[in-house]
Design a protein around this ligand. Structure first.
Ligand code: AG3
Length: 278
């Protein structure tokens, strides 16, 4: 049997590899190369331009943390905008919240959605929920022309190279701040605190003019280089610790695999080397 591995190399410094059983999908869209492979140890794995996006084995960590941290902080979240998130994992977690009446997901690349619908049903399973509107469009353009407001905007992006680059710009954050309802929250995928300090510094300084408060929180990952990853929590009124409602997080049906009230709070405790850079 051939010994096949798929390897993401980060900054030409470090590699993370997964043993591959077989390729399930491989295509080139107008935006990027999209590959879905069956791995020996991490279930199905999605890569965009060779960068690991998500694995079935640990996707719950990322998706629970991007969705539940803001949605259990906002008093009664009704409307959520997801930028990116083509695999559907973020939408799935958002829609677990009964208070959410409307979720809009704007993904630029239909090929990602189609590939995940076919090969990653445990992620894409909520894309048919009637509360969700799926729009295939450029998230920047969509946000610029949007007249609705949202209680939460979740930026489920790839790294700031390729199609996601504009999602890290000051002008984009300004547009998003303008779409938030009064106690709204913006969450942004904010890379590795170990390897991507420069990206983090630039993205948070691009957010700062439009938000009273920005907090970083972390979670562990098996699929991205470094094993520790982060999100930014930006808001003009809500504090993710003071406004957090642990009772709702403990309600029946809300049993998560990673997220719980203690993890919610602990995620905002940052090591010294991280806070010094902020
Ligand atoms: N979004 C990709 C996170 C960044 C991955 N970066 C990397 N492997 N270098 C995940 C999409 C999940 N819905």
């Amino acid at each position: 049997k051939l010994d096949l591995w798929v390897t993401e190399t980060h900054k030409n410094l470090v590699s993370l590899g997964f043993r591959v059983e077989r390729t399930l999908f491989s295509g080139t869209s107008a935006y990027q190369q999209v590959d879905v492979v069956e791995t020996a140890g991490h279930g199905t794995l999605l890569l965009n331009d060779g960068i690991v996006m998500v694995s079935e084995r640990d996707e719950f960590v990322y998706h629970e943390m991007i969705a539940h941290v803001p949605l259990f902080t906002i008093a009664e979240p009704k409307s959520v905008l997801i930028i990116g998130g083509g695999d559907g994992g973020t939408a799935r977690e958002v829609l677990r919240h009964k208070s959410v009446e409307r979720a809009v997901m704007v993904e630029i690349d239909e090929m990602v959605v189609d590939a995940c619908k076919k090969h990653m049903p445990s992620l894409s399973c909520a894309l048919d929920d009637p509360r969700l509107e799926l729009i295939i469009d450029d998230g920047v353009k969509y946000a610029q022309n949007c007249t609705e407001t949202f209680d939460a905007v979740l930026i489920d992006s790839t790294d700031p190279i390729g199609p996601a680059q504009p999602l890290f710009d000051r002008s984009f954050y300004k547009t998003i701040a303008g779409l938030l309802s009064e106690n709204g929250v913006m969450i942004s995928q904010s890379e590795s605190p170990f390897y991507d300090t420069e990206i983090q510094n630039s993205m948070f300084s691009n957010q700062r003019p439009f938000f009273e408060k920005i907090h970083m929180y972390t979670f562990s990952t098996l699929t991205y280089p470094g094993g520790l990853w982060s999100f930014g929590f930006a808001s003009n009124g809500l504090c993710p610790i003071r406004n957090f409602d642990p009772k709702r997080a403990e309600a029946p049906g809300m049993d998560m695999q990673y997220y719980n009230p203690a993890v919610h709070r602990a995620a905002f405790a940052l090591p010294g080397f991280v806070t010094r850079g902020l």
